[in-house]
Design a binder for this molecule. Sequence first.
Ligand SMILES: C/C(=C\CNc1ncnc2c1ncn2[C@@H]1O[C@H](COP(=O)(O)O)[C@@H](O)[C@H]1O)CO
Length: 257
Amino acid sequence: MTDRATDHMKGPILQRRGQVDEGGSTTDQRLLDSRGPTDWVHTDPWRVLRIQAEFVEGFGALAELGPAIAVFGSARTPADHPHYAVAEEAGRKLAQAGFAVITGGGPGTMEGANKGASEVGGVSVGLGIELPFESGLNQWVDRGINFRYFFARKTMFVKYSQGFIVLPGGLGTLDELFEALTLVQTRKVTSFPIVLIGTSYWEGLLGWLRDTALADGKINADDLDMMVLTDDVDEAVALMVAAREHRFPSPAPERPE
Ligand SMILES: C/C(=C\CNc1ncnc2c1ncn2[C@@H]1O[C@H](COP(=O)(O)O)[C@@H](O)[C@H]1O)CO
């Protein structure tokens, strides 16, 4: 026979006799008690939970997006700049080809691509990032998530896009481009087309990769083949469509009897 009066519960754990550890309060009481130190909210173990929450939110919001292409480019491109028009054309044509368009959700080229996709009824996604000079999600983002952590946001771009289109941009764009190149080079992602739009803008960088990095043995010749350089948005979209068909071949048409 057990004496229920001496049973001691610590959460779901039953303690009796010498195992009883006198806590003095229940877990619920401690949860509901707001007194006590609060500095733990600024500690790394707590941040880990926030990081985890970003992944959970991101996966939840994007898991059923369908085929998507990420479009990157400068946050500083004004709406009357030709690069903005190219971004808009890319967003529109990707949406018309059945792709969701994912951008960083910010201004400039990102806004152009979101606008192009949204205006034709496509799925226009923005993965925003908390920055000291906050600009918020642009008005053409129809499904948006705001991230605190760059690395969680970057995972979403790669996990939920089937390819990258990269328009002229600065350090942020270069970071996104080189991350994709590294993931393809190291085969962390496969069948992942990377198209740079803007031959005159990107030629210098590609020239440096060929004449310095390749010449010095720091990359292989076929590393350069990971990127296609063009000024033609139709070509960029066609490469994305071809990669999608390679990834998900459409069923062969039935032969007539
Ligand atoms: C600079 C200004 C706002 C910045 N706001 C951004 N919002 C969302 N994403 C951004 C922002 N800035 C950079 N990014 C990411 O990097 C790429 C663009 O960076 P770049 O240095 O301009 O090339 C872009 O693809 C985003 O993912 C106010 O004008």
